[in-house]
Each structure stands twice: as structure tokens, then as C-alpha cells.
Design a protein. Structure first.
Lengths: 443, 405
């Protein structure tokens, strides 16, 4: 169960990012705070940056390197790491303002302290990207970040901070199927070729700036297959496109979180690789506009792996489980699928290779009786766990055809694990209580 | 497993009884239960299978989203709500009321409760069924004409059948958004809306939902592209939000936050002055240039006080309504000092409305519980205000108590 719990929490965290912005700090009092004013200028044109986002980001009291995500860590360890990360986000003091037509901004009611001052606008290197680039270049996190302006805010005083934003590089092109027709709706991002640099958890809230400033750092291919990612710091990148091939995502009646998580999108790297090691990296210089980077999605050579998950005791099909095929020679490549009501599964779009097939989160479930409260349930109707099963594991080799008959029988786990009710995180039962209170250490 | 039966077939829907879909049959294999079944999860017998095709290319629509929406007189009962009751976790593409097509454009939606459903498929660049119906209704089609347009499937307890949905390529409006100095207006929200008033769809068609991708955000070069438009006249608008802010700036002593500025093509601030763009299905209008010039706009600011000693106005809103276009309603919040500022106001004659309160608004979720037993209710304030070629500053507004409680 543990991987499912933690993955669900990630979804919860991203869903509630906007409310984190409000809960993540103490209510500002009108007295005892300061004001920051200044201008944001575009470094390339020397013109004022219009309607740019300005972020005053409290210099973290302590900075700890982000621990590497370890999928094999115990559930407790993962929960502890997540709680620590959420708590550090909760302690973040972040004030946002916006410039006008003249590039000027006024940030009021800023609690006293030291702040990094960031500017953000589409096409310019984003605050998160700046921090990632500095961390990647080996900046000493115990010292102020080099090149980032710091403003000292004093109560009842006005401080000034001007910011220049630097034009980022852009990469664009078209994604097409093997027959040349466009792929629309693919989600494009870039991955640093050397491997991802994770900024310390304390800087996690900067990600929200990317979302507020028009989706900086990502792009969705349009009806002609066009994509364009802008605002990138210089460096070597691999272009990645993710295609949602499974159950459509959405809230409401059709949403089943477990199923959604198990239907992982298919990822392809430019120009046409399913494994990152086969991708061709692009080198972007500062403010470069690199075009015509074609990506081809050829699903013709992929296969499916199917089978059935059943109880070792009475051989009945288990109606809730996740099946994951992990490539043994590429730890970043895995394909997964949920089982259906009869325990059958089909993992689609699997390239030839050797895989470890893991069956996790196996449970017999039944629908929960309908809640008589008429409130909409964000996660759809819940299920009740009747019985839990031990995880299963076997080796699967995919050559040049579909693989069938991958049947797994699982032993009963003595402890039945109830699926946590995540709707409680949103205060579903009590409107008057804040649902998630961050910044308060757990008792 | 029983098959399914397709009884109703209209418009674009093609009936192919008992079509076997290669690659999908394996997940429909009946479970072989040995021993007593522990899990009582219902495996409903009915499924809907089919294909989604692009009319212009005759290609299969790959990974298009398909949803079954219950034909119901009650608009709230959509998305096969009955199916949730007996929905199992499902396999790839199965379960619930929606699915994605595969490489060959085929889809399977399993565990469907018996009933009548609209088959709604969406793909970027193609006209959603709801948009198509709305455009035809606006063009004068009758309810009977409309009912012929929408693929419908009847699912009985032991039916068998398949559906083909053909998607029509929509029109596209694309171009560049610039500031008056020629620089790109990047990261700005853009949307298109029908120029003519949209009559409501008749029941039960009004329950059809469908993604209509009529909004976009300009990229770093100011470029935008909005697709999937049914034929018709559209208004293109850019929305500039001058006051998206959170953190310490909420509800404090700052200048307050103004409502978004709406700019309509070719560059006007009143909807009535906007120039409609005609689009036919399949048309590409990719040469649009829209220039935003905010230099001629002004700020209206002032202070709100109350006639009651000790009762200071610390929250509320001041809003302007344009006399020639009531859809132009710039407004601003009243801050903790009683000050307000409405920014980016075009010249014109307005009605200024002010509603103030002595109860602090903390903003966001924190404000949910704010209530005060000592609150005073004030009469809404209203006056005519003319904005010509300068900012209007120093307005002094005194609110009068509405009634004693």
C-alpha cells in the first residue's frame, strides 16, 4: 500500500497548492509590516516588464538538501520525508505582487525579514529555474544565493528593490505519429541532460510562480502538434513529451484516484526514444530560440502484457491492485496498469525489454455504502477494504509480440489495511475547520 | 459476459452490431471463479465499444477522450452517474463512464448501467458536440434537427453493439498579441466567445457537456492559437489581470486590487465596440494582430468613511458601470484604511456604486469565519461619474446607515 499512499499525497499536495499559498503563512497583520517597491526590467530589451509577477521569497532560516526520493523506503520514512517537506513549505514567507504597465510594483504588508526578490514573466528565466541552475552549479546553500537580490524589510518602513529578468532560451517543434499526422495534447517539458536538479524543499513554493505566470516551463502540443517551451536557463536538455494513454483524468463521478495513478502516461524523448539514455540532448545557449526540434511517437513496435491477479487461497480474481513493469536496465522506465473487477490486467505500450513485474496494493474491496450527506465527494465513491494481499513479483521478457498469461497468485496479508480517506484532508466533514493546517508541526 | 445492444442510432453514429474489437477482447474475458468469491464487486454486463474518426483526414482519432453522458431531463444527472454504483476498478480504458481511444481509434467503456447515453468525444482542433449543437441552434436549427446531430446509444442489460463517432475539424483563430510599443504581450489570457447571444439548448440536449477549448495563454512571443471552433462570428478578447496577488498583500493597507481588464479585438475596451471575426468550420485565421494600448486609461480613487462615530469602513468594493456598455464594470476593493482605487478605466460616463463594511475581510479561506456581532449595515452608495482625460482622485464617500438592528 505504501507507494499508493505516498503518490496519493503528492496529488493532494498539488491539488491544494493554491490553498497552501494562503495557509502557508500567518495572517498578515496591517501593523508591524513593511512595504517593498521597485521596478522590473527586461534584461534583453531594457523595457519595463509589464504585468510581471514579483515574488518576495523569505530567505529560509535553514536550507537542507532535498533527500533523494527512494521508492523502496518504508512507508513511514516516505511519510516522514513528505511531512518534513510540507512543513518547510508551511514556514515559507512569500509575498507576491504584480507590476503595472511601467514595470513598477508595490508589495504591502510584508512581514519584517530578509527576502529574495524574483521577477517572473513568460519567456524569461523563472525563479525556480534560477534556483535550480544555481544548485546545479554547486552554489553553497548555507550562503545567500549568488546573483539573487535580497531586500531587508523593516516594520513601518519602505524598502526598494529593482529586478532585471533575463530572457530564457526556447525550444520548439512539432510532434507527430509515425504516419506524419500531428499528436495533439502531449505535455512537453525539458529534463536537464545531466539529470534533474532538485532545489531544497524550502524553495518548493517557487513552483507555484510557474503556474501563476502562464505555465512557464511546460507546453501542450496544439492541434497541429506544435510545442514551444520558453524561459529556460542555458544548458543541455532532453525534450520530453508525455501522452495520456489511459483513463481520462477528471474530478467527479468518473474519478478513481487509484486507477488514475496506475494509468501512467507514456513518455517519449526527442527525437523518438522511450528510454532517456537513447534520447538526443539539445544544447541551449542563453536566450537562444531553437526551432524545428521534431519528435516522433512510434507506437507500432510496442506490445501489451496481460494476465490475472488472483488469491492463492481460493484463486478468485482480486479486484483492486496495481501491476507495474519495471525495466531492469532503465530504472526510469516503467509501465503500469490497474486490474479490473475480475483481476485481469493489460499493461499497454511496452517496448521490448526485460522487466520485473510487481503487483502491489492488492485488496479485495467493495463499494462503501452511499454517504447520505449530499456533499460532492472529490474522489468519487469510496471503497471498503475487505482483505489485503502480500505484494507479488515475477520476471517478464517482452520480445516482438504481445505477452499474455502473466498470472500471479498472492498470499493473504494478515493485516487488512484500510485505505485512508483523503477527503478528510479537505475538511469534507467539517466546513468550519481549516482542512490542512500547514506550518504547525504535527503533535 | 453478455453482449450489448444498440437500439438508438442517429446522426453521426453508425451501428455495427456485435463488432469484435481486436486487442480489447482479453480484458472482457469472463472471470473464472474457483471457490467462493470473496469480493462482491459487481461486474456489470454492459459495455459500449466504438471508434472515433476525424472527418477531414479519415484517420483514427488516437487517445481521444470519449464520455457517455446520460440522456436525462435533469441536467445534473450526467456522466452516467448510475455507473458509479457498480463500477469496479476496471481495466485499461474500461470502467466508469469514460475512456480514451487506442492507437486504432477504438474505445471500450465497460460496466455501463442500462440507459440512454450521448456519446461525446473530444479532440483538440475538432468541434465538440456541444459547440456544434449551440452553433446550429444559433443559426436557427430546430430541436428536432439538433437531436439528429448527436450520437446516442441505448444500453440494455444484455445488449451488444458499437458506435462510430466522426469529429469535424473546427475553425482556428491564431495570431499575435502586442503592446502598443510593438513588444510581445506574453502570458496573457486570450479567449473567443460567440458574438451573438446564445439561446439555451433544449432539454435533454442541454445536459451534454463537452470541452470547448476556447481559451489560451499567449506564449513568450505573444502568439496564441484557439481551435475547434464551430462556424460563426466570434469576439476575441484578452484578459489582463492587474492584481493577482496573495500573501501579505491581501486585505491589508495596500492600494486594493482591481478587476481584470478586458480588451476586445481589434483593441477596444467595450464589448459593443468589438469587431466580430467570422470563422467557418475548417478555416484557419492565423494572421490576427491585436494591439493593447492601456495609455489612455485612468484611475478612479478615493476614500470611504461612515457617518457613524467609531465605525470605520475597512472592506468592501467600489465598482463602476459604464452607461453605454453595462458589461464594462471595472471595480476595486476597499482596503483597511477605507481607500479604494479602480485602475485602467476607459473614458466614459459611469455609475459609481460603493458597498462598504466595518468587518475586516481577511481574504481567501481565512475570511470564511469572519463575522462580527457589532457590524453595521450601510446603504449602498451610488453616483454618476464622468471620466475624461485624467485620473479621478480624492473622491470622498460617506456611507449612511441602512437600518438599526
Amino acid at each position: 500500500m505504501h507507494t499508493l499512499i505516498t503518490r496519493r499525497l503528492f496529488v493532494v499536495a498539488s491539488l491544494s497548492l493554491s490553498s497552501l499559498g494562503l495557509y502557508g503563512q500567518q495572517p498578515a497583520s496591517a501593523t508591524g509590516t513593511g512595504t517593498v517597491t521597485g521596478h522590473v526590467t527586461c534584461g534583453d530589451t531594457q523595457r519595463p516588464a509589464r504585468f510581471a509577477t514579483v515574488v518576495l521569497f523569505g530567505v529560509p532560516a535553514e536550507v537542507t538538501a532535498t533527500p533523494k526520493a527512494d521508492p523502496d523506503a518504508s512507508e513511514e520514512a516516505q511519510m516522514a520525508a513528505m511531512t518534513a517537506a510540507l512543513n518547510s513549505i508551511g514556514k515559507t514567507n512569500m509575498v507576491q505582487a504584480q507590476t503595472g504597465t511601467d514595470g513598477a510594483y508595490v508589495a504591502t504588508d510584508v512581514p519584517p525579514g530578509d527576502y529574495y526578490v524574483f521577477g517572473a514573466e513568460a519567456g524569461y528565466v523563472s525563479p525556480l529555474n534560477q534556483v535550480e541552475a544555481l544548485v546545479g552549479a554547486g552554489a553553497d546553500l548555507k550562503k545567500p544565493l549568488p546573483g539573487v537580490q535580497v531586500v531587508h524589510v523593516v516594520a513601518e518602513h519602505q524598502s526598494m528593490a529593482d529586478v532585471t529578468i533575463e530572457r530564457g532560451a526556447a525550444v520548439s517543434g512539432v510532434i507527430s505519429w509515425d504516419d506524419g499526422s500531428p499528436v495533439s495534447g502531449a505535455i512537453f517539458t525539458v529534463v536537464p541532460a545531466k539529470g534533474e536538479v532538485k532545489p531544497p524543499a524550502q524553495f518548493g513554493m517557487l513552483a507555484i510562480v510557474n503556474m501563476l505566470s502562464g505555465g512557464i516551463g511546460a507546453s501542450i502540443s496544439d492541434d497541429q502538434g506544435h510545442y514551444r517551451i520558453s524561459g529556460l536557463a542555458q544548458g543541455d536538455y532532453v525534450v520530453s513529451a508525455k501522452i495520456q494513454v489511459g483513463q481520462p483524468m477528471g474530478l467527479g463521478a468518473g474519478m478513481n484516484l487509484a486507477k488514475m495513478m496506475a494509468n501512467t502516461p507514456l513518455e517519449v524523448y526527442a527525437p523518438a526514444a522511450f528510454h532517456k539514455s537513447d534520447a538526443k540532448a539539445v544544447t541551449l545557449t542563453a536566450a537562444q530560440d531553437l526551432r524545428d526540434q521534431a519528435v516522433t511517437l512510434n507506437l507500432g513496435g510496442l506490445h501489451s502484457v496481460s494476465g490475472r491477479v488472483a488469491s492463492a487461497v481460493d484463486h478468485h480474481g482480486i479486484n483492486s491492485a496495481t501491476v507495474k513493469l519495471q525495466d531492469t536496465s532503465d530504472k526510469d522506465f516503467a509501465r503500469s496498469a490497474p486490474v479490473d473487477a475480475a483481476g485481469n490486467f493489460t499493461v499497454m505500450y511496452v517496448p521490448a525489454g526485460t522487466y520485473t513485474m510487481k503487483v502491489t496494493d492488492a485488496e479485495d474491496t467493495e463499494p462503501k455504502p452511499k454517504n447520505d450527506k449530499s456533499k460532492p465527494n472529490l474522489f468519487g465513491p469510496g471503497t471498503k477494504t475487505l482483505r489485503s494481499y502480500a505484494d507479488g513479483k515475477q520476471s517478464v521478457v517482452v520480445l516482438d509480440s504481445d505477452v499474455t498469461g502473466q498470472n500471479v497468485e498472492l498470499a493473504v496479508d494478515k493485516n487488512t489495511k484500510e485505505t485512508p480517506d483523503f477527503s478528510k484532508l479537505f475538511g469534507g466533514d467539517d466546513d468550519d475547520k481549516p482542512a490542512v493546517k500547514l506550518g504547525t508541526p504535527p503533535q | 459476459m453478455s453482449g450489448l445492444q444498440l437500439l438508438a442510432l442517429r446522426g453521426l453514429l453508425t451501428m455495427v452490431g456485435g463488432l469484435a474489437v481486436p486487442g480489447w477482447s482479453q480484458q472482457q474475458t469472463a472471470p473464472v471463479l474457483q471457490g467462493p468469491p470473496v469480493a462482491p464487486a459487481a461486474v456489470s454486463g454492459s459495455s459500449v465499444t466504438g471508434t472515433v474518426i476525424f472527418a477531414d483526414t479519415q484517420h483514427a482519432a488516437r487517445f481521444a477522450q470519449v464520455t457517455l453522458q446520460a440522456v436525462a431531463s435533469d441536467a445534473r444527472l450526467v456522466a452516467a452517474s448510475d455507473a458509479r454504483q457498480d463500477r469496479g476498478p476496471g481495466g485499461f480504458g474500461g470502467g466508469g463512464s469514460s475512456a480514451r481511444t487506442g492507437l486504432d481509434g477504438t474505445f471500450t467503456i465497460s460496466n455501463v448501467a442500462p440507459g440512454d447515453y450521448y456519446v461525446v468525444a473530444t479532440a483538440p482542433g475538432y468541434i465538440s458536440e456541444r459547440s456544434l449543437l449551440q452553433a446550429e441552434l444559433t443559426a436557427g436549427a430546430t430541436a428536432a434537427d439538433l437531436a439528429m446531430q448527436i450520437p446516442t446509444v441505448h444500453v440494455s442489460a444484455d445488449g451488444s453493439g458499437s458506435a462510430t463517432v466522426t469529429l469535424q475539424r473546427g475553425g482556428a483563430i491564431a495570431g499575435k498579441l502586442q503592446w502598443e510599443d510593438g513588444s510581445a504581450a506574453a502570458g496573457v489570457q486570450i479567449s473567443v466567445d460567440p458574438a451573438l447571444p446564445q439561446p439555451p439548448l433544449p432539454q435533454p440536449l442541454s445536459s451534454i457537456r463537452g470541452f470547448s477549448g476556447n481559451a489560451a495563454v499567449t506564449d513568450d512571443r505573444g502568439a496564441f492559437r484557439i481551435t475547434g471552433l464551430a462556424g460563426g462570428d466570434y469576439l476575441l478578447q484578452a484578459v489582463i489581470n492587474p492584481g493577482v496577488a496573495f500573501g501579505g498583500g491581501f486585505g491589508g493597507r495596500g492600494p486594493g486590487y482591481s478587476t481584470p481588464v478586458h480588451v476586445y479585438a481589434p483593441g477596444v475596451f467595450r464589448k459593443v465596440e468589438a469587431k466580430p471575426i467570422s470563422v467557418r468550420a475548417g478555416d484557419e485565421r492565423d494572421d490576427l494582430r491585436m494591439v493593447i494600448d492601456l495609455r489612455g486609461l485612468h484611475t478612479v480613487s478615493g476614500h470611504v468613511s461612515s457617518a457613524v462615530a467609531g465605525a470605520n469602513i475597512v472592506s468592501g468594493r467600489a465598482s463602476l458601470t459604464d452607461s453605454s456598455d453595462t458589461s464594462l464594470q471595472p471595480s476595486g476593493t476597499i482596503n483597511a484604511n477605507g481607500d479604494f482605487a479602480i485602475s485602467y478605466v476607459p473614458a466614459g460616463t459611469y455609475t459609481l456604486n460603493v458597498q462598504g463594511s466595518t468587518v475586516a475581510n481577511n481574504g481567501g479561506y481565512r475570511g470564511r469565519n469572519s463575522s462580527s456581532s457589532s457590524s453595521t449595515t450601510f446603504k449602498p452608495y451610488s453616483q454618476t461619474l464622468s471620466v475624461s482625460d485624467t485620473d479621478v482622485t480624492g473622491l470622498g464617500i460617506n456611507l449612511v446607515v441602512a437600518s438599526s438592528q
